[in-house]
Design a protein around this ligand. Structure first.
Ligand code: PAF
Length: 287
C-alpha cells in the first residue's frame, strides 16, 4: 500500500487465530475481507480493489478448504502458489493475509457443520452434495475470526453468494456480503482458478459457456419469457461444441433459485459444463 510518504507498505501474512486477532486489534475500520482459496487472478484483484475503495483495512484469506471438496482428487489437484498470491495481494495494497493451516481452521475436536436450507439445494447443491455445507462452515469461521464489516464475493459463484448471505443472516453475523461482477477474459470465459486445468483445445472451447448464456439473454431481451425456451437455447449452443459436456442449464428465480416456467421478474440464467475433467460454471442475471 502506498503511504503518504510514498513508501510501499508490505502486506503482513499471519497464520494463526491468535496472530490474526493481534494484527486486527488496532486495525482502522471499516474492515473488508476477501475470502479466497488462493491461485489469485484478476477476479480476486477486482474484489480487493472494491474493498480498498470502501474499507480502511483489507484482509484476504487464503485457505483451500477440504470440507467443500467431494472428490479428494479435486482437492489434491487444486492449484496452489502462496508466494505468487501474496505478491498479488501486495500489488493490490492488501493490508493483511490470513493463510492458516487446516488444523488452525479446524482444530482438534472441531465438530460443527453448517447446513443452509433451500437455497443450497438446487444446482451446485445437487451436483456437489455437501459442497455448500463446507462453504458455509468455513465462511462462518472466517467471518467470526476476521469480524469485518464487509465481505466481497464474485458473482460468478452466484449460488455461493446467496448461501453465504443466508448463513450470515441466520447466524446474526454482522458482516455484509457484497457480490461483485464476474471478470471475464476477452473471449468471454469467466475467470476461475480451475481454468488452469484446461488443455489448449478445452480452453479454446470454453467460451461456449458465455455464448450459451448470451444467446439466452438475447432471446429474453427479444421478448422470450418461457423458461423452457431459454433452457433449450442454451442447450442448443452447447450442443454446437463437441468438447462441452453439459451438467445442467437453469433458468431460475434470482432470489430463490427455483426453476421458472415463465420469467416475470429477476431471474438467473446459469449452467455447469464439463470440458474433459474440468467442470466450469457461469451465470447471467436477468435483467
Ligand atoms: O469461492 C471460494 O473461493 C470459496 O468457496 C470460499 C468462499 C473462499 C470458501 O472456501
Amino acid at each position: 500500500m502506498a503511504s503518504s510518504t510514498g513508501i510501499t507498505k508490505r502486506t503482513v501474512v499471519v497464520r494463526t487465530r491468535a496472530a490474526l486477532r493481534d494484527a486486527l486489534a488496532a486495525a482502522p475500520r471499516p474492515l473488508g475481507v476477501v475470502p479466497t482459496m488462493g491461485w489469485l487472478h484478476a477476479g480476486h484483484r477486482s474484489l480487493m480493489q472494491r474493498s480498498r475503495a470502501a474499507d480502511a483495512t483489507t484482509v484476504v484469506t487464503i485457505f483451500v478448504n477440504p470440507r467443500q471438496f467431494g472428490d479428494p482428487r479435486d482437492l489434491e489437484q487444486y492449484p496452489r502458489n502462496e508466494a505468487r498470491d501474496v505478491a498479488i495481494c501486495e500489488e493490490e495494497g492488501v493490508d493483511l493475509v490470513f493463510a492458516p493451516s487446516v488444523e488452525e481452521v479446524y482444530p482438534l475436536g472441531f465438530d460443527t457443520s453448517i447446513r443452509v436450507g433451500a437455497i443450497a439445494e438446487p444446482l451446485e447443491g445437487t451436483a456437489r452434495p455437501g459442497h455448500f455445507d463446507g462453504v458455509a462452515t468455513v465462511v462462518a469461521v472466517l467471518f467470526n475470526l476476521v469480524g469485518a464489516e464487509h465481505a466481497y464475493f464474485g458473482q460468478k459463484d452466484a449460488q455461493q453468494v446467496l448461501v453465504v448471505r443466508q448463513m450470515a443472516r441466520d447466524l446474526a453475523i454482522r458482516t455484509e456480503v457484497i457480490a461483485c461482477p464476474t471478470v471475464r477474459e476477452g473471449d468471454g470465459l469467466a475467470l476461475s482458478s480451475r481454468n488452469v486445468h484446461l488443455a489448449p483445445e478445452e480452453r479454446a472451447a470454453a467460451p461456449v459457456l458465455h455464448r450459451a448464456l448470451t444467446a439466452a439473454r438475447d432471446a429474453w431481451a427479444a421478448g422470450e419469457r418461457s423458461g423452457d425456451a431459454l433452457r433449450s437455447r442454451m442447450r442448443e449452443v452447447l450442443a454446437g461444441e463437441p468438447l462441452a459436456n453439459p451438467d445442467y442449464v437453469s433458468v431460475a428465480d434470482l432470489a430463490t433459485l427455483r426453476e421458472l416456467d415463465r420469467i416475470d421478474g429477476p431471474a438467473l440464467l446459469s449452467l455447469a459444463v464439463r470440458l474433459g475433467s474440468t467442470r466450469l460454471i457461469d451465470n447471467e442475471p436477468l435483467p
